[in-house]
Design a protein around this ligand. Structure first.
Ligand code: A2P
Length: 277
């Protein structure tokens, strides 16, 4: 019989996670994307579009046997009225968190720090008539929340959701969510005919193609939707994607005369980086 190392003993002890929430549903959309739902702390209040820190305990430190949480910022994809929380995530095979998180099962626990923050909120925009949501990849997550928030439709006459991914399968989460909205017993009547969905792919043939930036600057999206263009008097925007996408989108929106806002200084558009890793 071999003597157990301190590390094995430490790892074998049951761990009580701080701020633990239980996973209630997991759905794998592609080999790069998944979504999951968890219980919601009763005390957690948030504004649709905000993010929280979530994560898992890391492996035990070989020297001390201690485990540290690995936490990352995740937009809450569920609306603020939902009893549960939903998250939409990329799977990065060597990512410190998502290499583990992608294997999470129903009944298991995640860590959730209940301090929601973020700029993709209605309060950070001045009143307007038409609201644009611009997302690439998992940058759709905050809009999954905002698209299910009655405020979105009460504050605007028209809402346009542009979502771009490499291929068709990566659009499936947003497509199902948007297509389900009209029939949704809670939100359907608010949505009415105000919402228009403009999904595109960049690396696989599909009915609509091209980067969001190109479709805006080239005017294709305006032609397709019968819109004159983006006007700082009436149009408002929220942007969520990779760092490069966000930088390019800022230039595009500033080119249309929109200015970047914040919670403390509402203006015409806001930006947030999608979680990666
Ligand atoms: P592309 O295929 O032309 O790179 P990713 O999966 O790498 O996060 O990318 C998601 C989508 O965002 C892809 O369709 C990608 O287009 C697009 N994209 C990446 N960078 C930019 C950018 N700087 N501006 C506009 N779209 C971008």
């Amino acid at each position: 019989m071999t003597e157990q190392s301190p590390v094995t003993q430490a790892a074998a002890k049951p761990v009580t996670l701080p701020d633990a929430q239980t996973v209630t549903q997991v759905k794998h959309w592609t080999d790069r994307l998944f979504s999951f739902r968890t219980t919601r702390p009763q005390s957690l209040r948030f504004r649709s579009g905000e993010f929280v820190m979530i994560g898992l305990m890391g492996d035990p430190d070989p020297a001390t046997g201690r485990q540290k949480p690995i936490l990352r910022a995740y937009s809450i994809a569920s609306p603020s009225w939902d009893d549960e929380l939903e998250f939409y995530s990329i799977k990065v095979q060597d990512g410190p968190l998502t290499s583990k998180l992608q294997h999470i099962q129903v009944g298991e626990q995640i860590i959730l720090r209940p301090k929601p923050v973020g700029t993709l909120v209605h309060d950070a925009l001045l009143p307007g008539k038409r609201l644009w949501f611009f997302a690439t990849g998992t940058g759709f997550a905050p809009f999954a929340s905002l698209l299910r928030d009655p405020d979105t439709y009460e504050k605007y006459d028209e809402v346009i959701m542009m979502h771009t991914c490499r291929d068709v399968a990566e659009l499936e989460y947003s497509r199902q969510l948007v297509e389900g909205l009209a029939e949704d017993p809670l939100i359907g009547e608010f949505v009415g005919d105000k919402l228009r969905y403009y999904p595109t792919t960049t690396r696989e043939q599909s009915p609509r193609m091209g980067r969001i930036t190109d479709n805006l600057t080239g005017g294709k999206v305006f032609e397709d939707l019968g819109i004159d263009g983006i006007n700082p008097e009436t149009d408002r925007g929220m942007v969520c994607g990779s760092l490069d996408f966000n930088t390019d989108m800022k230039a595009v929106l500033e080119g249309f005369g929109l200015e970047e806002g914040a919670n403390s200084d509402p203006k015409q558009y806001v930006v947030e980086k999608a979680f990666v890793g």
